[in-house]
Design a protein around this ligand. Structure first.
Ligand code: G3I
Length: 345
């Protein structure tokens, strides 16, 4: 008779196998007792969904606000959890003042980056030992959703325009200089599936990682966001070869924002939809584990608060709520939860 699958919390099952499971959490929901109980029970690692970004941390120049982030680090300390920092340098969540000042050029940009790191990293040194230092540096290939994209392998963000491609190395080196034992991660998306665009992004990312490491830039890990899309094929071998190339560079691999966007056409019923999501998560997570990934983080725990149901750009066009996280809107486990438990445990 098959062993009864454990219903122990994911943090417990992952830890028992020498791995770590976590999820993105939001300060604005910490007053919801059901929400906080779910996170304290299931997650060993917490990631601030918006509280660690520039628009929250430094909404005005030299005006810092770490209170929302501290609400999460305080919650983590109370529940024996760790916190991943997300994200020091990104082209989104930039306050308007920052975009305007970056246009002044390289010396201003470097001074602003250093001032931000000089405030945030020492202030969180005791509670955050791992940051996404640069988020989404790779340019998306030219395609329907970004016809203006060019041949530049790096996203032409305000940081890129101010400092050139070296902004990534500058950020990594400044973080390392401030905190020698901080784990420094580059985090990106669109590198998971078996599509020509993902092939291009993977090659661009591998080239960036090789160039940074060849120059001696401090870098410890690659974060793979894993916003998976069922309308795109997944090839474990192709993704596994990419992960092996990253591991061969001596980098750790983290899955940092796992969730699943269903196809826009409505499958027959919830059971079929949930099974399709679980099958993709099982294939993806197993491939990552086999390549040496030891950390799986989902972008939230319950469909009730997923960006997939709140961001019009990714929500289902038929208005049906996406079911891309381990728990449904009533905080009940779904097949995706069991797929994660099986793959990590
Ligand atoms: O800033 C306010 C804050 O003052 C307020 O207290 C709080 C509660 O109402 O809302 C905050 O606003 C919004 C926040 O989400 C919380 O809902 C921000 O306006 C909004 O921009 C923010 O969106 C987040 C987005 O990143 C931009 O930061 C999403 O929650 C978050 O899911 C999304 O996450 C990104 C990752 O960082 C990178 N990878 C893709 C992923 C999905 O887009």
């Amino acid at each position: 008779m098959a062993a009864q699958a454990s219903l122990a919390p994911l943090r417990q099952q992952a830890r028992a196998a020498g791995r770590a499971f976590g999820a993105a959490i939001r300060t604005d929901l910490l007053s919801d007792a059901d929400y906080t109980r779910l996170f304290s029970t299931e997650a060993e690692i917490l990631v601030p969904e918006w509280e660690g970004k520039w628009d929250t941390l430094q909404p005005t120049e030299a005006g810092f606000d770490l209170a929302p982030l501290r609400a999460i680090t305080g919650f983590a300390q109370a529940h024996q959890q760790r916190v991943r920092g997300h994200a020091l340098v990104w082209h989104n969540a930039m306050p308007p003042w920052l975009v305007a000042r970056l246009a002044e050029g390289a010396s201003t940009a470097r001074a602003l980056l250093e001032a931000h790191f000089n405030h945030v990293l020492p202030a969180t040194r005791a509670t955050i030992r791992d940051w996404d230092v640069v988020n989404e540096p790779i340019a998306n290939p030219p395609g329907a959703d970004n016809p203006q994209a060019g041949a530049n392998p790096l996203r032409e963000s305000p940081w890129f325009r101010a400092l050139g491609p070296d902004y990534i190395e500058i950020a990594l080196r400044w973080a390392r200089a401030l905190d020698p034992t901080l784990r420094l991660t580059i985090n990106d998306y669109g590198i998971e599936e078996a599509t020509p665009d993902a092939d291009i992004k993977r090659e661009r990312l591998l080239a960036l990682l090789r160039r940074l490491l060849d120059r001696g830039a401090p870098l410890d890990a690659l974060g793979i966001q894993a916003h998976l899309q069922l309308r795109r094929p997944f090839d474990p071998d192709r993704f596994g070869r990419f992960l092996s190339a990253v591991r061969d560079m001596g980098l750790a691999i983290l899955v940092t924002e796992l969730d699943v966007r269903e196809a826009d056409t409505l499958p027959p019923d919830l059971a079929a939809r949930d099974a399709a999501v679980a099958d993709r998560v099982r294939a993806f997570t197993t491939t990552a584990m086999q390549a040496g990934c030891r950390t799986i983080i989902t972008w939230g725990l319950t469909d009730k608060h997923s960006w997939l149901t709140q961001d019009a750009d990714v929500a289902r066009r038929d208005g049906v709520l996406t079911r891309g996280l381990p728990f449904d809107s009533e905080l009940q486990r779904k097949p995706m939860w069991h797929a994660l438990a099986a793959a990590m445990g």
